[in-house]
Design a protein around this ligand. Structure first.
Ligand SMILES: [Zn+2]
Ligand SMILES: [Zn+2]
Length: 186
């Protein structure tokens, strides 16, 4: 299997410190090289206030040539999937995922902005969607970053032991095994 690479693609304004914190965190969790790419030519497209995740996918997919890359796009617009608003979404078959920062900010709820909290939430969302790109499922472990019913502020920004084990298995090039995955989560 070709060496997997993660590409972090900010499609909205994100300050340098936040960006490098996110990059470092991905490297820590996935132990893979992370490249930051600005994908300039698509910036004009993402200007409306809301988008369907499929539209974003369609647009950026053309620029994705390497199939050993896992892309994580960060946008600041509302994103929808099947007319439902979502915080993020992943398309494992094409290795592209997207996270929206909009509802991760306290300002969205008319509360005082909290940069630290925002960074933690963004880390969790990014790690979660990337997890799906490596075929990790939503996890039952309460604190696990792959858990989807635990409120975002109550889970950790790391993979639990079984998700980590499954990730290692995937990275070694083994095919997706639902049986093993289920066993590890039992
Ligand atoms: Zn999920
Ligand atoms: Zn887990």
């Amino acid at each position: 299997m070709k060496e997997q690479k993660i590409v972090l693609i900010p499609m909205c304004k994100i300050d340098e410190t936040t960006l490098s914190e996110i990059k470092n965190h991905i490297e820590k969790v996935y132990s893979l090289e992370v490249k930051v790419d600005f994908l300039e030519k698509n910036l004009n497209y993402i200007k409306k206030n809301q988008y369907l995740t499929e539209q974003i996918l369609q647009e950026v997919q053309k620029s994705k040539i390497q199939d050993n890359e896992k892309w994580i796009l960060i946008v600041d617009i509302d994103v929808y999937h099947n007319s439902n608003p979502v915080l993020g979404l992943a398309y494992p078959h094409c290795g592209i995922s997207v996270v929206s920062t909009k509802k991760l900010k306290q300002g969205f709820y008319n509360l005082t902005e909290n940069e630290k909290l925002f960074l933690e939430r963004l880390k969790k969302m990014v790690i979660h969607e990337l997890g799906h790109l490596f075929y990790l499922d939503d996890c039952h472990t309460k604190e696990c970053v792959m858990q989807c019913s635990t409120p975002i502020d109550e889970k950790e920004s790391f993979l639990c032991r079984s998700c980590k084990k499954f990730l290692e298995y995937r990275l070694k090039g083994y095919k997706y095994s639902l049986l093993l995955y289920t066993l590890w989560h039992a």
